[in-house]
Design a protein around this ligand. Sequence first.
Ligand code: F6P
Length: 575
Amino acid sequence: MPDPTAARLFDTPMPLPLSALQNSPSFKALQPHAERMAQAQHSMRTLFANNPRRFAEMSLEAAGVFLDYSKNRIDGPILQLLLDLARERGVESQRDAMFAGEKINRTEHRAVLHTALRAPRSARLSLDGQDVIAEVHQVLDRMAAFSEQVRSGGWTGYSGKPITDIVNIGIGGSDLGPEMACLALRPYHHARLRLHFVSNVDGADLEAVLRSVQADSTLFIVASKTFTTTETILNAQSARAWFLRFAQAADLPKHFVAVSSNSALVRQFGIDEENMFPLWDWVGGRYSIWSAIGLALMLAIGPAQFAQFLAGAHEMDRHFQHAPLAANMPVLLASVGIWNRNFLHCSALSIAPYHQDLNRFPAYLQQLEMESNGKSVGIDGQPIMYASSPVIWGDCGTNGQHAYFQLIHQGSDITPVDFIAALHPSHILPGHQEQLLANCFSQSEALMRGKTADEVRTDLGHAGIAGSAAEALVPHRTFPGNRPSNTILVEALTPATLGALIALYEHKTFVQGVLWNVASFDQWGVELGKVLAKKIVAQLGHQEDTASDCDHHDSSTNGLIARARAVLSKQAMSE
Ligand code: F6P
């Protein structure tokens, strides 16, 4: 099969047929608009100047989340065509199929039902004869009972002390979700409980946490949907070995619980079924924070606030299900993203939360969007001849401004930004919130407006710099502007608004996956590295210095293994 990325990157004349997306009437009709929008009279500056209602027309609120998408290089006709495209590509029917529990994860023959995890008790949904909602609420009830016990101090460690530290051991979706949400909801935490997250197979991660906790008051949550993930199992084994230096095997049930869909492996690890909280194969790892994978979060904020978190997400689900496309926030956010990616050719999207507690939100969205839509083959198995997921990256404002925003303002690539802020602060220090929000709003204004050469000359004139000295500076101090961004606001970062915000991005990712026609719910791309790592681990463990053991790889990989073996074997001999 020809490599479609090669054709895109190097413009080689590959005779590949146009895909259904590219053949759709709206997609074709959108092409000339991209050229039109490159003309000065269609710059965002001009569009704002010509239409005082632009903000009102291109912003909306749903489930406590406000989205302003007016600072994008779009106008009414483009928006209309983008929505037509969503309609033509079957976004509405695919959405309905997802909510109904159809097996839309075709490459794994599974339903995709993270939305059922936040449906109220009164909802009805059955899958393969099972009452999904009843099962979900049964697990939520068990999680709530357990959380209450731990939070009240009724659940004690082997020496009779209440739990003070909770260590979640997981990786990917079994780490990023709970960690991001626990950080985001810091003000809601139980005063006695400290939360720790261990994901990296680098032992330094676990070791640092173990140094800071006491065995008799620590609860470990081993969170792994499959319970086969090497990093998590090794970290869990090391944590158990550490624990048994202080306690007896009979004490393990008070200190180790598991979240998994693989009860056999959990049992084999030594955790009883009554200490295991299940999830189902229809919950994708990166969509699992709403399931028992959220146990660390429920322990931190309590069952009532966790219910609010679910309720916020459910409200966004209802909006996504029922709002017309033109007023549907996930659809609009996704459509603007498609425009930026496939028509303006922006290869990245930067996430800039102006809220310190949303520190891990960019990393969370990285997994959500890049693992879901980082594909170059369509659902039909054919190469797609257009770009799919952009690179998602970012950091908290205002830190990013003093690091990489230079590139966003003046770099050779155009990187759209999602600015995210809460209007109420989560602290009581005076003066900070105004600074924070002013920075957030001014960045998007600067990106949109830019600064013309004449404006620079005027400024330089005011500073007493003129003539050739001024002209030498003008190109450096000119900002092109016309750079796209969205601004997403919540009144305050609460369990409910966080839930709605995450659900917004989940549905945006879903819509984009439908438009790109990729299998958004699998992640085969991570498998090859895992398989190769298993072989290399065995080779690194070999003590005899026989280079031939490693000769199965290319010369680079062989060379790297040999270098590592030399150091590791010396270290082993000196121990
Ligand atoms: O390897 C990728 C991945 O499967 C992610 O999709 C998932 O979130 C992560 O690993 C962890 O998986 P598990 O919960 O099964 O340990």
